[in-house]
Design a protein around this ligand. Structure first.
Ligand SMILES: [Zn+2]
Length: 322
């Protein structure tokens, strides 16, 4: 048995960006010399991040599969010297070698310098655009690295008093430096619910104004303070489409650190049928039969991308697994 193996944690396969399965190694995080210790391990692999972009040896521009670039501490020495943030992501047994992953943020370099310095290794690209093309474990590690660096970039100063903060615990905490404040700051994850609402024969799909023409997906929204995730499902469906739901059932989750969400997937049964759209929130919402969804392309309608939890909820309903 392998600890944290995403395929053993639940009875159903993980979602895209959920394959990481890293041992986040809190014991090493707690070491005062955590980052130096990780940098001394020859098996450590450095994960460069520049302005929320990850490094790939092939970016997919030619249709080839993108390959993430991990550097050894020796190869990355010039980069770790200038990195503005570093995060020990955790360790993993890959091919019987324990690999420790260390993310570094080199956004301090302007675009030309970053491009030139890394030219022999690859190019930076947006994981959201090429994520579906890369392997599950690698995509998960890159998404995690990117999310952590975003958090660091937005928490350089204390949200309580405005003083500078410093990173500790392998980059998993920032402390305020002002005496008398000493506030502790932790990486945020914002829970969001996403739900396939159905009435047995039809699914409720909607579209947001900013989406590409014809794309329809499940409804979704952020959980508000003081409510359960089930309440959030019912509230969002009612707010967006005027539908009352019951029998809300959790299905599976997906980290979505773009920049900091955790998607919680549900199904829910509709108690009412008449849609009353909130124009401020969505562009349209309709009931669709399975047959209608299967024929979407003939109506110039489209489902969300395969990597998304919304697509999985829809596909599972289409195949009658829900
Ligand atoms: Zn403070």
């Amino acid at each position: 048995m392998t600890i944290f193996d995403p395929f053993e944690l639940t009875l159903i396969p993980p979602n895209h960006f959920s394959f990481g399965g890293l041992d986040r190694d809190v014991i090493v995080r707690e070491r005062e010399d955590c980052l130096d210790f990780i940098l001394r391990l020859p098996e450590t692999r450095i994960v460069p991040v520049w302005c929320s972009h990850n490094l790939f040896s092939v970016t997919g521009e030619t249709g080839a599969t993108p390959i993430p670039v991990y550097l050894s501490p020796e190869e990355a020495a010039a980069l770790t010297d200038i990195a503005k943030d570093m995060v020990y992501l955790g360790k993993q047994n890959r091919d019987d070698i324990i690999i420790s992953y260390l993310a570094i943020d080199i956004s301090i370099l302007d675009k030309d310098k970053a491009t030139k310095k890394l030219a022999s290794w690859g190019k930076f690209a947006d994981l959201r655009e090429i994520g579906p093309l890369i392997g599950g474990v690698d995509g998960s590690i890159l998404a995690y690295a990117r999310g952590m660096m975003f958090w660091h970039s937005r928490n350089k100063f204390c949200s309580v008093c405005g003083a500078a903060t410093i990173a500790i615990k392998g980059g998993h905490q920032r402390n305020c430096t002002k005496k008398g404040c000493n506030s502790l700051h932790f990486p945020r994850t914002d829970p969001a619910v996403i739900m396939l609402v159905h009435d047995g024969d039809r699914a409720l799909l909607g579209r947001q104004k900013i989406w590409s023409d014809g794309v329809y997906s499940t409804l979704a929204g952020f959980v508000e303070p003081g409510e359960t995730i089930e309440h959030a499902v019912a509230r969002e469906v009612y707010e967006e489409a005027g539908i009352i739901v019951k029998n809300i059932t959790y299905q599976h989750s997906q980290p979505w650190p773009f920049p900091s969400s955790l998607m919680l997937g549900f199904t829910a049964e509709a108690c009412t049928k008449i849609i009353n759209i909130n124009d401020d929130e969505i562009d349209d919402a309709q009931w669709f039969t399975r047959e209608e969804i299967h024929n979407f392309e003939t109506q110039k309608k489209f489902l969300p991308r395969k990597l998304s939890i919304s697509r999985r909820l829809i596909d599972d309903w289409l195949s009658d697994h829900l």
